[in-house]
Design a protein around this ligand. Structure first.
Ligand code: OOG
Ligand code: NI
Length: 465
């Protein structure tokens, strides 16, 4: 039971994401520039499209349109991951999906902590893509042991943050003053530290094993490595970034530009090389640099069914068999042309996507449907008769190939290493301290619940697939 004086988890998440945004803009000025560009393009897109404006007013919180949708962190140990689960739970964020990135040459596996219900997503959709380093994928045994020892010695949460998590768990929530303190304390975990906890020599060895391993092991905590606002026109922002003095990655990840957007498109500016210092001799610091942090943008479309997702994966693979996007952007136009061409095989109208069983839709009674009673029909007949309407369900999760593309372009071309694909969801969930929610089951559940609201008309036996 949540006591009267408790503030909602959604409110804590909103405050947290605003605090994180302010901290990151302050730490990474280029990110502030990207945010301003996104806000401008969103305004222009809305001004040019009154229909879009009206739709967003009806379905979304328009005034928050340009705010952050997600961020990402890399963790080092099972203990850090399980504590992070408890921290995010206080903000109404739960682990959804298992992502194995070893397939893409990145030695981590991940989940996305996010709000789950429609109301919570609307109130504030902030998600954190959270990856756990897989030391088991480091070949060099001595290095693995050293890295493990460094990680075991660090504490990424403040004492007070842990106390407040325990209090929230015990009392079912936090009051306003505890919630404000919780946000301040938890923010510390994501802060940048320009003083490493290892020597330059150890950093280099970790870096040689994988740049990401160096990032995770060498610092006091899991600095937020990017934040991502939503854009209404990703191609436009990508095109305008250079004018603002920021260097975009070579291509937009995910599906091509379409009339009916599917899944998730994302792009970023390249990670910045930043000055840091390493532990030196006799208490001195040794100057150096580290590259990890960037800014990203995203545009979301409909969630796909397993069948739709399989088609998406196949078409993406087919495209990449024709041309693989080079990190320097030299074949970007060629890649985009191939992508658009190959994706012609994916229907680009909502009813086509629906009828082919490729996407998840939510159903509702039309005004006419609300007026009739006692009429039973199958779903398709009811739609044709104008009694029931359908809307795409937005994809709220991530794409491993896109994530790997973002990782790789940011870590530099030379970071592409081969690891044998070795998904280990069982190990991940054990380290997390609980199961991750299955994203497909979740979208199917939203669809089913929407149909249940239409029971007056729809014959459920026919509607259930
Ligand atoms: C990338 C994680 C995935 C995305 O947008 O796909 C992600 C990372 O941790 O850098 O944030
Ligand atoms: Ni991202």
């Amino acid at each position: 039971m949540t006591a009267r004086t408790h503030v909602s988890a959604d409110a804590i998440r909103s405050d947290f994401s605003a605090a994180m945004s302010a901290m990151y803009r302050n730490e990474v000025p280029a990110y502030g520039t990207l945010m301003a560009l996104v806000a401008r393009v969103n305004e222009e897109t809305l001004a040019a499209d009154p229909h879009l404006q009206a739709r967003l007013e009806a379905t979304d919180s328009l005034e928050r349109i340009s705010e952050e949708r997600h961020g990402a962190i890399w963790l080092g140990t099972p203990e850090e991951l399980s504590m992070m689960r408890r921290v995010f739970a206080v903000m109404g964020m739960y682990p959804v999906g298992y992502y194995d990135l070893s397939t893409a040459g990145v030695p981590v596996h991940s989940t996305a902590f996010r709000p789950v219900g429609d109301a919570a997503l609307k109130r504030n959709p902030f998600r954190v893509f959270t990856s756990l380093l897989r030391l088991d994928l480091i070949a060099d045994e001595a290095l693995r042991a050293e890295a493990a020892a460094v990680l075991a010695s660090r504490k990424i949460f403040t004492e007070r943050a842990i106390e407040l998590v325990e209090k929230a768990e015990k009392e079912g929530g936090l009051d306003a003053s505890d919630a404000a303190e919780f946000v301040r304390e938890v923010l510390e975990t994501f802060r940048w530290h320009d003083q490493a906890i290892v020597s330059a020599e150890m950093y280099k060895r970790l870096h040689d094993a994988h740049r990401l391993i160096a990032d995770v092991v060498s610092f006091k905590g899991p600095h937020i490595n990017h934040l991502t606002p939503r854009t209404l026109d990703i191609d436009e922002v990508q095109a305008l970034m250079p004018e603002e003095g920021i260097a975009p990655k070579a291509v937009v990840e995910g599906p091509p530009t379409r009339k009916c957007p599917i899944l998730l498109r994302q792009t970023s500016f390249k990670a910045l090389e930043e000055p840091v210092s390493f532990v030196g001799e006799n208490g001195a610091w040794k100057p150096g640099s580290h590259t990890a942090r960037f800014g990203e943008i995203e545009q979301r479309g409909i969630a796909l069914t397993p069948k739709g997702r399989a088609l998406y994966d196949k078409l993406l693979n087919d495209t990449r068999a024709i041309v693989r996007p080079a990190a320097d952007g030299s074949n970007a136009a060629e890649y985009e042309a191939a992508l658009a061409d190959v994706f012609k095989a994916f229907p680009d109208d909502w009813d086509g996507i629906r009828k082919a069983g490729l996407g998840y839709f939510s159903y509702s009674l039309t005004e006419k449907g609300k007026r009739v009673s006692g009429r039973r029909a199958d779903l398709e007949t009811a739609i044709e008769a104008g009694l029931i309407q359908f809307d795409p369900i937005v994809y709220e999760d991530f794409l491993p190939v896109s994530a790997a593309g973002i990782f790789q372009s940011n870590l530099g071309d030379d970071a592409t290493q081969d690891f044998v694909a070795s998904p280990n969801q069982v190990m991940f969930e054990r380290d997390l301290g609980g199961p991750v929610l299955d994203e497909f089951a979740h979208y199917a559940g939203i669809r089913r619940a929407s149909l249940e609201m239409c029971l007056d008309i729809v014959n459920m036996a026919v509607a259930a697939e």
